[in-house]
Design a protein around this ligand. Sequence first.
Ligand code: UDP
Ligand code: MG
Length: 325
Amino acid sequence: MNEILYIVMPCYNEEDVLAETSKRLLEKMNKLISDNIISSESKVVFVNDGSKDNTWKIIEEYHKKNPIFLGIKLSRNRGHQNALLAGLMTAKNYADMVISLDADLQDDINAIDEMIYKYYEGNDIVYGVRSARKTDTFFKRFTAEGFYKFMEKLGAKVVFNHADYRLMSKRALEGLAEFEEVNLFLRGLIPMIGYKTDVVYYERSERFAGESKYPLKKMISFAFEGITSLSNEPIKMITKLGIGILLISIVMIIYSIIQYFRGATVIGWTSLLASIWAIGGLILFSIGIIGEYIGKVYLETKHRPRFIIETFLNESKGEINKEKS
Ligand code: UDP
Ligand code: MG
């Protein structure tokens, strides 16, 4: 025990919360360090995501006052996910484990102890999962939980009710670094890394100051990003729709031919109706097929790692190492 912990925190216009946040975190870190749970080289890293207010100035001040606080300044606003990744990728060079956290401390920092405990038990990723959404409005809860269920239906693996509050080991972060995609949806990517994982439950509280940087419009585009960057299912739906309409068209063709022989139609109706359905179905089906290829190209261009090796048993090499030491 006594390994180095880095806490990474993206901040966008958070001048109202930083004083309280840094105070609470400092208490937490000091306690963990004095209890010998983490190394005294542990740090808190603020990532300034192109804030327009005094956020960066405040971070600089904290860093000057206490070297436990580090600051990363992005050249401009790149959004929560990118800011978080910037922090994680920097922290992995120094830390043994990294915990990501929002600046408003809506996620209970008392769960950190248990996360670290589970890390020492041998877990590489520990997800923070909300046990209750009491403090969220009905609307936010409904949309957020609906979103997780919808993602699951589309075959994208996400951890239910888990946002971006999690602990990752150094090697899990090195695994994450191999995902080169630009359209970033971290909570969908991280389950793809593998290794031993566990969850820690906590209650999410309300923001104690400032306002949410995720208005409905951003939430919808975030959800859309999640679906389109993890799943090709929407394309498959087009193909299925095309096949469905082609099947209906066969029924419609038979129906209109029967009507034709019964003399219950005006001239031209049969051929028109049959061709509208058949061509409609064919077009949708073809778009779906083309989409399948585009989907494959899309996945290829992401250059995702095809595997991450956890252990390589190689006895003779081990013995050579032993002889050396
Ligand atoms: N954030 C960021 N860049 C952005 C928007 C948000 O770094 O463009 C940060 C923000 O400072 C906070 C975290 O992302 O630390 C989560 O944002 P917020 O609390 O507003 O989201 P909510 O909890 O309402 O979903
Ligand atoms: Mg928040």
